[in-house]
Design a protein around this ligand. Structure first.
Ligand SMILES: [Zn+2]
Length: 62
């Protein structure tokens, strides 16, 4: 089963594997300071294989 982990902020592909599944925390530990090498976002252990989020209009300033 393919596995893909992307940065939840910028979408940078952190890890892509065709066969083996790695624990997300192990993947994150491969990166220095556990941050996205592109945007510097602190990585979480939530794999973003499928990201389904309801569109909320929370753009109001308060
Ligand atoms: Zn990023």
């Amino acid at each position: 089963m393919p596995q893909k982990v992307v940065c939840s902020k910028c979408g940078y592909v952190l890890f892509e594997e065709e066969e083996d599944l790695k624990p997300p925390d192990e993947i994150i530990q491969m990166f220095e300071d556990e941050r996205c090498p592109k945007c510097g976002h602190k990585l979480s252990v939530v794999p973003v294989k499928v990201e389904i989020m309801p569109l909320k209009k929370s753009r109001r300033s308060k």
